[in-house]
Design a protein. Sequence first.
Length: 214
Amino acid sequence: MVSSDRLHVIDHPLVAHKLGILRDCDTSCTKFRNLVSELTTILAVEATRNVEVQDKPITTPVAPCVAKEVARGATVVSILRAGNGMLDGMLQLMPYAHVGFMGMYRNEETHKPVHYYQKLPASIVEDEVFLVDPMLATGGSSIDAITELRRLGVRRLTFLCMIAAPEGVEAVLSADPDVSIYTCALDDHLNENAYIVPGVGDAGDRIFNTLNVL
Ligand code: PRP
Ligand code: URA
């Protein structure tokens, strides 16, 4: 069992309920996509708990008062493709966020990530950065993304996923001394194809309805 103060597994009955539907192989693509979005917003509420705020004097229709506002910008970085399924959920909570993309897919034999695209806003160096990908399996993809973000100068970094495998959590936490992980579930193990068990299968295919591709 992985235990770390940098691993946060959401413990909530409605998250458990929604995850059950997400995992079910009879759940439609539309339903799957909507659930990923809903679960992401719930996850994001937890993952943004320590975002800095500052005082902001305002006037309500009744009286002046000192309200709060976020003190710095945010960037959501999506690991393509499946990370895009979490973007709407993140932006529901942080409509002011910038969005960046890192394209990578796992080689089916080696299970190592292959990079094919990158587009990141310059603000990431100063922003609170939230890296999103529904699946943390071996950790190869997220470690590559985190390493690149650190190389670019990102200091405040949080990783959000729907489902994590213990192997991936260990790998990410060992690879980076500061990143925190927020997940809806910590599953049992990886199978011989490096798929999370019980997991949801291929998240990208279930989000984008590409179970049968050319
Ligand atoms: C999936 C998933 C992660 C990665 C996780 O992407 O969305 O990016 O695998 O596995 P890892 O922790 O072992 O690296 P996939 O390679 O299926 O690409 P896709 O999002 O384009 O479907
Ligand atoms: N990628 C997925 O989409 N699912 C897994 O279980 C592992 C990697």
